[in-house]
Ligand binder design. Structure first.
Ligand SMILES: O=C(O)CCC(=O)C(=O)O
Length: 186
């Protein structure tokens, strides 16, 4: 059993198109700077963070604070709670401008996410590979996440596994991913 559940076409094409258009039109996409291995580098993607006011999420020395919800992301958050019983109070959005943008192997295990974080991940736009690797034996599996697909990352997904979005130089169009998480005030 692996703790990742891929729900293809969870949003209809029309719904996915509408959310993607709203997100593409936002003007708060930022290229953050993160610290890795003692060096500060620009992230190879753009991001924004949204969530309950005052909630803070810090990764790779980059600190983000929630300032409330836009209606379309709040509606998605409520749907996840209703459909899956997964309560979330923040969303980190990633925009991969093309296949040169990527995310290295990592886990979402910051202390404010609690001991066994659950993550609900919605993909929009270009299909990209999403690789997962199990700590115990380094076994890897690849999901192709397409427009409107949902990936539920369940119990142990962040404690026993890592994940990544590899570069794909032939992909020239953008992808947006929304990762909804529950941040606990520390
Ligand atoms: O873009 C994705 O599908 C993954 C995003 C991710 O790994 C993260 O935000 O931690």
């Amino acid at each position: 059993m692996i703790p990742f559940t891929h729900l293809k076409d969870w949003l209809s094409a029309a719904e996915a198109d509408a959310v993607l258009a709203k997100l593409e039109a936002r003007n708060d996409w930022t290229q953050g700077r993160i610290r890795m291995f003692g060096r500060e580098i620009p992230e190879p993607r753009l991001t924004f963070f949204e969530g309950d006011p005052g909630l803070r999420y810090t990764y790779a020395h980059r600190s983000l604070e929630g300032q409330g919800w836009t209606p379309e992301l709040e509606a998605l958050r409520d749907r996840f709670a209703r459909d899956f019983g997964i309560k979330t109070n923040t969303v980190l959005a990633n925009l991969y401008r093309d296949g040169q943008d990527s995310m290295g192997w990592h886990r979402d295990d910051e202390p404010e996410l609690g001991p066994d974080p659950l993550v609900v991940s919605l993909s929009l736009g270009a299909t990209r590979d999403f690789d997962v690797r199990r700590d115990a034996d380094k076994w890897t599996h690849r999901f192709a996440l397409g427009h409107g697909d949902l990936l539920l990352m369940g119990s142990e997904s962040q404690t026993q596994w890592t994940h990544s979005i590899p570069k794909r130089i032939k992909i020239s169009s953008l992808r947006i991913n929304l990762t909804f998480r529950q941040v606990f005030g520390l």
